[in-house]
Design a protein around this ligand. Structure first.
Ligand code: FE2
Length: 183
């Protein structure tokens, strides 16, 4: 099952997500939608429904936990709800720029490669990094945050570069141009 936006919101309500989280997810879905449109315009196949559902549900795990565990938590919630695996994996792999198996071990996460790989997983992960709470903001702001926290900036930049190479243009510029009116 791939939930519609309305069904995704109903799931958020069921698990007690805050309004801010629901609004954050809506904004990430808008950013991801711009990217899906751009890829499609270039003839690249993207599962639009999976991206939309993944974006709408990516932070549902924050209803339970605020740490890096929320990706896994969210994935488990929606898996139990019968959501398609493709969407479950988008949610599982959206945290930061992904978590490697080695890092997962150090963090006490179940051993798994949590780095976004499919185009759909990378689109949602990247879109999330361009949204601070409910505002669209430059990707560079997230890079600065990564630097301040000592996270792997190279992986974050590689995420953007991978999309840029496949898209043939800068995904950040595209999003900022299309969504500059977002409050
Ligand atoms: Fe998240």
């Amino acid at each position: 099952m791939i939930p519609s936006a309305g069904e995704a919101v109903a799931l958020h309500r069921k698990y007690g997500s805050s309004e801010t989280i629901v609004e954050h997810c809506r904004t990430v879905a808008a950013v991801a939608g711009v990217l899906v449109g751009a890829f499609r315009a270039r003839g690249v196949e993207v599962d639009e429904r999976a991206v939309a559902a993944g974006a709408m549900l990516h932070d549902i795990g924050r209803s339970k936990v605020q740490t890096f565990m929320h990706g896994l938590e969210g994935a488990e919630i929606i898996q139990r709800e019968g959501v398609d695996k493709e969407v479950v994996e988008i949610v599982r792999r959206h945290v930061g720029a992904g978590i490697s198996p080695g890092e997962a071990k150090g963090l006490g996460l179940p051993p798994f490669d949590y780095i976004p790989r499919t185009l759909e997983e990378r689109i949602v992960c990247f879109a999330d990094k361009m949204v601070d709470s409910t505002r669209v903001r430059p990707f560079e702001k997230e890079v600065q945050r990564f630097v301040a926290k000592g996270h792997d900036v190279d992986r974050l930049r590689a995420l953007k570069r991978s999309l840029e190479e496949e898209l043939g243009e800068d995904p950040e510029t595209l999003v900022l141009e299309k969504l500059k009116a977002t409050p």
